[in-house]
Design a protein around this ligand. Structure first.
Ligand SMILES: [Zn+2]
Length: 307
């Protein structure tokens, strides 16, 4: 939902609520007064006899009449009673005799002029809000709720030199080869680039921020631990991993046959299905350090969605 339709929906429901409350108040305004008596007919007549009221408003409905007003004594105390239509003529006569002013009105729920008058401020308010939002949007204002939703993308890159006598670990899997990456941890380029892509998409810095290579704790560490930690950080920020696309660049060995196992290992560390991880292999056509077999590198793009 974009900001415009969101705002319209919000305004609609606010208006709906206001109109509902307005109508309810119009229909039941006098029933919710706290300072109000509901005398019986005889009690009411006793008050009339005693001269305790000067004015009565009589609301007419098809089968009964509502009498409402305020006593003179005690002051500021209201009353409300409903009488059958047949009792009205005698009562009116009595009220006239005692000099009580009687105002006669149709039942208020059908008083559309009154309803429109009450709704006028609301209509003006809604119109003003729409006008204001248009002005703000045309002046480049962006809905802050919109920014917190949606899709985020991060990019990660890593490169390690290859040296003889080290294990070659890529995507959490050890590959048979005579060289391996030089690094503080296990030197898994794919896991490192993936970690950076995830942290970048979530705006959480990079792998060096969370796992500094000066910390002896991470010496020779399995890089899948970094991914598990990154996943926890994403969960805390309510991000879900939607997709990961990666390229690993090395002259040798061939990586393709090992991709299924790598995807399984990475997916397990991240707690996502393996089909959300896509891996590709490239050589560097004999060009530069990677092409000469002196290094291995990886590029990863990760896509996150807000939950
Ligand atoms: Zn690395």
């Amino acid at each position: 939902m974009n900001s415009s339709s969101f705002a319209k929906t919000l305004l609609f429901w606010i208006s709906f609520l206001f109109v509902g409350v307005l109508l309810w108040r119009l229909v039941s305004a006098n029933h919710i007064q706290t300072n109000e008596d509901q005398p019986s007919y005889s009690e009411f007549m006793a008050k009339v006899e005693a001269g305790d009221l000067k004015e009565v408003t009589m609301y007419l409905s098809p089968n009964s009449y509502d009498l409402q007003g305020e006593y003179v004594r005690p002051a500021n105390r209201g009353f409300h009673l409903t009488i059958p239509k047949e009792a009205a003529p005698a009562l009116m006569e009595q009220l006239r005799k005692k000099g009580v002013l009687v105002r006669v009105k149709e039942i208020r729920s059908s008083d559309w002029t009154l309803i429109l008058l009450n709704a006028a401020p609301l209509i003006l308010l809604v119109g003003f809000c729409l006008f204001l939002m248009r002005r703000m949007q045309s002046s480049g204002w962006r809905n802050p709720w919109r920014q917190s939703l949606g899709v985020r993308t991060g990019i990660g890159y890593d490169l390690h030199r290859l040296a003889e006598g080290r294990k070659l670990i890529v995507g959490g899997i050890e590959l048979p080869f005579d060289k391996g990456p030089v690094g503080h941890s296990d030197g898994d380029v794919l896991a490192h680039a993936l970690c950076d892509a995830l942290l970048g998409a979530a705006g959480l810095g990079d792998i060096g921020t969370h796992f500094p290579d000066t910390d002896p704790k991470w010496k020779g560490a399995n890089s899948l631990l970094f991914l598990e930690h990154a996943k926890k950080l994403l969960d805390e920020k309510h991000f879900a991993i939607e997709h990961v696309d990666a390229v690993v660049i090395t002259e040798k060995p061939k990586l393709g046959p090992h991709f299924p196992k790598m995807r399984e290992a990475l997916a397990k560390a991240l707690g996502i299905p393996a089909d959300k991880i896509h891996l590709k292999a490239k050589t560097n056509e004999g060009v530069d350090a990677i092409g000469r077999g002196e290094a291995i590198a990886a590029h990863v793009v990760a896509t996150l969605v807000s939950r």
